[in-house]
Design a protein around this ligand. Structure first.
Ligand SMILES: [Zn+2]
Length: 355
């Protein structure tokens, strides 16, 4: 959950394919806290490639690629562990992206600007571009030129076979910005689902089994915290945890029942924030509740009550976690009577979501 309070910037990039005229290019904006592997995925989507070949980046004289390629070539660094931010790219910097080591599609990327994120915008986003992506496996820029010549020459002996190969919908001059952004958004959905894998019942089940066997010491810290929280909720949720694998298909009705897996995940988020005192308001709220004799567990529930709607909004609305609202809510509730707080939260979110 660190991401929620991280400050990150955005990079506006212009990418252009070498050796083809008129130019095939795109302009797009990414967060700088993504890894190079995520940048690769974004490039694939904005350009229109199918991500079926090897690739590498060449940035400031260093080559970056996926683990297997780095191993096979015996050189370079692995993309997953490198964030864009760590490369300290500045405006006007350029770097290379090569896709398909057979066809050798060389892309030049230029940093057009580095700036703060705009509210309301989900990144990555494509701003513009021109011309369709070449057909994959056509033999690089030279092969593509030949292919286009044939496609525009009905008398050519390969005309029909090439038409059939590229299919009826291929238009080399077309670039669909709306479609590109839809595809980027779908990828973002997948990423968020990935972020929520902590909610995976299988994972929870594994954590539960270790917790029950007193094997907390063997776990990574994050799981250890989950295990501890699961044990605290053993009385309430024993069956859900014990049979998590069997119940993997079961959905919880948010109106009438508690999703135990979500419940303990929110516990973990709140506990982490308290431990880090980040944001500081969560710590102040906690102290104020404890002074009013509210138990640790109940205080964490109140904090979860504020986090949960914002998390849902984040997942469903493609928005950032609204840290400002969260802070102001904590501040507002700090001096209220504990039994009034859930009502205050409800009312606040009603006006926030405009329902
Ligand atoms: Zn609880």
């Amino acid at each position: 959950m660190d991401k929620i309070v991280n400050i990150w910037n955005t990079l506006t990039l212009r990418i252009s394919l070498e050796g083809i005229k008129p130019e095939i290019w795109r302009r797009f904006v990414v967060r700088d806290d993504i890894s190079l592997s995520e940048l690769h995925e974004t490039i694939q989507t904005v350009m229109g490639w199918t991500d079926s070949h090897l690739y590498s980046f060449s940035i400031k004289k260093t080559e970056y690629s996926d683990e297997k390629t780095v191993e096979d070539l015996g050189r370079g660094k692995i993309v997953d562990s490198i964030t864009v931010r760590s490369l300290k790219l500045k405006k006007e910097d350029t770097f290379k992206y090569i896709y398909d080591f057979g066809d050798d599609w060389n892309h030049i990327l230029k940093v057009e600007s580095v700036s703060s994120p705009e509210p309301e915008i989900t990144y990555p986003v494509c701003l513009g571009g021109a011309r369709s992506c070449p057909i994959e496996d056509c033999g690089g820029p030279h092969g593509y030129e030949e292919l286009l010549n044939i496609l525009f020459d009905p008398d050519h002996e390969e005309y029909e076979s090439m038409q059939e190969w590229v299919g009826p919908f291929f238009d080399p001059e077309e670039f669909d910005l709306a479609l590109t952004n839809d595809l980027l958004l779908n990828n973002a959905d997948d990423d968020q689902a990935e972020d929520l894998k902590k909610l995976s019942r299988e994972h929870m089940y594994a954590v539960w089994k270790l917790a029950k066997n007193n094997q907390l010491d063997d776990m990574p810290d994050e799981d250890k915290l989950l295990a501890k929280i699961m044990l605290e909720h053993e009385d309430e949720f024993f069956n859900n945890f014990e049979f998590a694998d069997v119940l993997a298909e079961r959905e919880y009705d948010p109106e009438s029942e508690v999703n135990p897996f979500l419940h303990i995940t929110l516990h973990a988020v709140a506990e982490n924030q308290l431990k880090e005192k980040e944001p500081i308001e969560v710590y102040q709220f906690y102290n104020s509740m404890r002074k009013q004799k509210v138990s640790h567990h109940d205080t964490v529930h109140l904090i979860s009550g504020m986090i949960a709607p914002l998390m849902f909004y984040l997942i469903k609305g493609h928005q950032e976690f609204d840290i400002d609202l969260y802070r102001s809510l904590l501040k507002k509730c700090k001096n209220k009577r504990p039994d009034k707080i859930l009502d205050i939260i409800d009312r606040e979110f009603e006006s926030y979501f405009g329902e």
